[in-house]
Design a protein around this ligand. Sequence first.
Ligand SMILES: NC(=O)c1ccc[n+]([C@@H]2O[C@H](COP(=O)([O-])OP(=O)(O)OC[C@H]3O[C@@H](n4cnc5c(N)ncnc54)[C@H](O)[C@@H]3O)[C@@H](O)[C@H]2O)c1
Length: 387
Amino acid sequence: MTQHPLRVAIAGAGMVARVHLDAARRAGSRVVGIAASTPERGKLAAAELGVPHAFASAEELVTSDEVDIVHICTPNDRHRPLAELALRSGKHVVCEKPLATSAADADALTALAAGSGLLAAVPFVYRYHPMAAEARTRVRSGALGPVHLLHGHYLQDWLADSADSNWRVDPVAGGPSRAFADIGSHWCDLAEWITGHRITELVAATATVHGERSAARAGTFAAPGAGPAATEPVGTEDAAHLLFRTDRGATGSLLVSQVSPGRKNRLWLEVDAAEASVTFDQENPETLLLGRRTGIEALARDAALLSPEAARLSTLPPGHGLGYYDCFAAFVRDVHTAAAGPVSGPGPGAAEPPAFPTFADAARTAALTDAVLASARTRSWTEVPAA
Ligand SMILES: NC(=O)c1ccc[n+]([C@@H]2O[C@H](COP(=O)([O-])OP(=O)(O)OC[C@H]3O[C@@H](n4cnc5c(N)ncnc54)[C@H](O)[C@@H]3O)[C@@H](O)[C@H]2O)c1
């Protein structure tokens, strides 16, 4: 039975696990344990992060009777087995993206979760920027007219040099797609979430700029290791270009890259509708650009001027910058609130609980990933399965 406060355990102790930890604490949940790649690393992480218990393994963590909800923050190839084990052990699950390293595995997990009565969430957290939510409300209201074009990019530079490497480069640990599955998935989720359009077919060209990379694997976003190191062949893409069409007659384009010098985490999405365009820039998330033929307005975040969902997410006054940590905190708060169950029964007129991104949304991006790889391989337009 779920306890109050919710008992949380985190599998993984790297970059994003620490963000989950912070978010769980901000949600008022109790982080009871953590696991890393080895028991020793788990103990070090627990001591460093003030977590009371180090599980000897992620498998022990996801099956523990002392845990209500597990957060899976390991390399990608561990997601499917750990999420499956957690669901079969009766745990609510927050699993990092990509949910699995193939669409078939993501679909299998989604079906398992759907029949379990448990919560199964995936942190597509850019949805939780208030100005991204504002973009969604405005586009979906219809006031801007029909959407004609969707375009943008998601650019990073932390793998720009051949001396840079990481477990993501390895097709086994990371999966057969790197740049697209890792960050293109975020862009596509956000684009479909904001517009309600679905990408139905695409053509993709992928690029592997460095055919060989250092065999010394640094941590996520870490600087390259000093000194010469042996190299190994690279089996995943550094970048992907896409053209696509949607189910509602829009066309679009996207460039995803992890080798673009100077670009750190530049998720840029523009939606061009008949009457106006909206542009969201993840590196400047406190404003939304609203374009009309008569001029462009930079709408600043101010709850008093925003739609209800954007105002709900606007947890600090204007001018007090919200960012990535805050998106994560809002996402985890919604998931943990749902997992803890209603404090009092829903009364007349009670608001619907906020919807959060689920395994089904992640399975959608896994289908897109498979389509990107297939299109790049065959050099042809490729359909994306609907569900
Ligand atoms: N939603 C987001 O915005 C976001 C951001 C960054 C990363 N991610 C995802 O989070 C996951 C982790 O990425 P990261 O950047 O934190 O990686 P990282 O390399 O910084 O950390 C990975 C961690 O996993 C641990 N680990 C490895 N094998 C393990 C195992 N078998 N059992 C338990 N722990 C194990 C390692 O010790 C390390 O602590 C990836 O799937 C990535 O795609 C999502």
